[in-house]
Design a protein around this ligand. Structure first.
Ligand code: OKP
Ligand code: ZN
Length: 343
């Protein structure tokens, strides 16, 4: 039975915003909070934990615009120095027409909306360090795969799949799964399977015109689910990436049977891709009790998903994304891992 290598880092807890704004309402505590990591960790049943190694800027800059990384490095300090309140949440977002002018605001308060696309992604003093640590955690898990391990799990937060080449949002600052996937292309083609409830618009955009990385996602139909503007079935990629993007939007209320059928279809696409390795963006916000997801999955479904992934026989990096019902995260992760490591 393949052992799992788990990588995690306590610096995730430095990202601990007191509130966010969701559908125009202040939400406190935030959904994406430090306690998620301990809740997930309870599903690991004592697997030993590895600390990440530092990978520096290069792999991060292979995914994200250098100006966005520089922005996030000191945006909070600049926001505060300009009189911004304790939580950085932009309130003004540039229209496409303003964006093409390339004109950013000289005001650190006004400019925050240049890089961010929603009000649900609060930034506080420790957010940048936490988000950088999450990238190192995913890269260290990818290193284990590159060194021959069959399975590694990056127990990270904040999540990443909504963060794109030059934007952040959707609780995500940087995109650890995308950084790991791009790094793994050094060893051949890579497939990214995204089973978080939400469409990973950021990962899709990173690999949109990339012929080396397949992105396949199962998610709540953007006709009613965040991120609303991305995740439709007709989004197939462009240029060298044309045909290397597949979205499977599913209706509200989707249960195990419909979900697992769609998952088989997604995995057939992955199998046909001829990948040397697989990155899975793992979310448990598909669970019936999740407070923000719209599906009705049971704990047993994750074991089936794990077993189907295992059948691909690919070296696999799991990168944690969402899942907000603290009481079920541990057992749902344990179920997924049971499927991945049959006894
Ligand atoms: C992050 B991940 C609905 C607002 C939803 C953001 C959700 C981010 C989910 N009006 N806000 O994919 O789990
Ligand atoms: Zn999600």
């Amino acid at each position: 039975m393949p052992t799992i290598e788990v990588v995690t880092d306590d610096r995730h807890a430095l990202h601990d915003p007191p509130h966010e704004v969701n559908t125009g309402r202040p939400v406190s505590p935030v959904w994406e909070r430090p306690a998620r990591v301990a809740a997930l960790g309870s599903g690991l049943r004592g697997a030993s934990l590895l600390a990440p190694t530092e990978h520096g800027d290069a792999p991060l800059l292979a995914v994200h615009d250098a100006a966005m990384v520089r922005f996030l490095a000191d945006a909070y300090d600049r926001w505060r120095a300009s009189g911004g309140p304790a939580v950085m949440i932009p309130d003004t977002f540039p229209l496409a027409r303003w964006r093409t002018s390339g004109r950013r605001s000289p005001s650190p308060i006004g400019n925050a909306g240049w890089w961010c696309f929603d009000t649900a992604t609060p930034v506080v003093a420790g957010s940048y360090v936490a988000a950088r640590a999450a990238v190192d955690v995913a890269l260290t898990a990818a290193d284990r795969i590159a060194d021959g391990a069959p399975l590694a799990y990056a127990l990270t937060r904040p999540p990443g799949h909504h963060a794109g080449p030059s934007y952040y949002g959707g609780f995500c600052l940087f995109n650890p799964a995308a950084v790991a996937a791009r790094r793994l292309t050094e060893g051949g083609r890579v497939a990214v399977l995204d089973v978080d409830y939400h469409h990973g618009n950021g990962t899709q955009d990173v690999f949109w015109a990339d012929g080396d990385v397949l992105y396949v996602s199962l998610h709540g139909d953007p006709a009613s689910a965040f991120p609303y503007f991305s995740g439709f079935a007709d989004e197939v990629g462009e240029g060298r990436g044309r045909g290397a993007n597949r979205n499977l939007p599913l209706p509200p209320g989707t249960g195990d049977e419909e979900y697992l059928a769609a998952c088989e279809s997604a995995l057939a696409t992955v199998a046909a891709w001829g990948a040397a390795s697989l990155v899975v963006s793992v979310g448990f916000d598909t669970f019936a009790d999740d407070p923000i997801g719209g599906f009705e999955l049971t704990t047993a479904a994750y074991e089936q998903v794990g077993a189907s992934i295992a059948e691909l026989g690919l070296p696999t990096v799991l990168v944690q994304e969402g899942g907000y019902d603290l009481g079920s995260l541990g057992r749902n992760l344990a179920s997924l891992l049971d499927g991945l490591r049959p006894e």
